[in-house]
Design a protein around this ligand. Sequence first.
Ligand code: C2O
Ligand code: CU
Length: 419
Amino acid sequence: AVGALVTGTGLAVAPAPAPAVPHDHQYQDAQPAGEPTRRFTLTAGTATVSVGGRDVGAWAFNGQVPGPELTATVGDVLEVTLRNRDIARGVTLHWHGYDVPNSQDGVPGVTQDAVLPGQEFVYRFRADQVGTYWYHTHAVSDIGVRKGLYGVLVVRPAPATGVDVTVAVHTLSGLPLPAPRTEPVGAGTPVRLRLINTDSTTHRYALAGTPFRVAAIDGYDLRGPTPLVDTAVMIPAGGRYDLVFTAPATPVALFVDGRQVHSTGPVSAATGAWPVLDPLGYGAAATAPWARYDRKFTLVLDRGLDLRGLLPRYAHTVNGAADPDIPSQVVRLGDVVKFTIVNRSPVVHPWHLHGHHVLVLTRDGRPATGSPLWLDSFDVRPGEVWKVAFLADNPGMWANHCHNLAHADAGMTLHLMYS
Ligand code: C2O
Ligand code: CU
């Protein structure tokens, strides 16, 4: 749909050779025309929620953690009114992984002002991307998300058939949500399990009682045939995996870091023994859509001493600088852009670019040989080098940051800017 988008803006841009990109951007409509077909109101406020029988102070949307699950069918126009009751430091809504027009991206100081107590902001965008996503505040995001200002966003190609469940794993005051749940599922029922990691660290997910296929990662369907596997999957901070299987006659249980969070009945399985799936070699390969790159950037992730405050402190740095001193990466509409991301620090950095999905080219020199992986969140481990590429097809000013939100707030945030 690249040609259609370029025409839609009336811009005379010569894009790189038409790539087969599964993107369907919509920047031509900052606020899409037409009546909203799905309306939601999310009111942020301090709340007390019960976690495993304990009362915990939280920040919640509509009094609940996670916030309401927003679901839509592809083609819907979503209108979400955000209100702030009493979160003194302000809130916004960022649609994590949803490549919305820049004005709707919810980054305070970049695309809008934070919504202060008593204020509201109305977001509107077309649900053009099918898949599993989530929303969260982007104002003091480390604290805000940790305290509970997040929720699920699922866009289906058609109303759900079979069993279609979403499990958003989150740690609130050290207590994991959701509490273990049991939902019986009849044998032979097709199940789609949408897993979202809303924490700042990687989690390991495993299914006891059935093999499964990975149907999608970060909202994008993998190219088939996708083999049945019986492994664990590692989901980076912010990332999503959709697992599909046919319910067997015996119970199935989901384990996160060895702890059972969801099941269809009683399961007593030894946990932790599963090998981890390598998504780079999973599913059917396709040829890379781009033969050349218009721009190349290298991001070296490291740790440095920040001497700007009263006391020196560690900062998470990109190319030796910390936010707001990291130069923006400037691209033009239509550019094919390559990023090389090098982690020289001793900790994992889950990388997240707003407004775009990137195609994985290589991870530590190993080419992606399986289905094309279009990711918006990926773990760059200590010592690793990732090469990824994307088409610059969504103009604006986009945050590009580590999704360990404490790192992001401690300097590891820069911006991608269209000239
Ligand atoms: Cu999920 Cu900039 O964030
Ligand atoms: Cu980080």
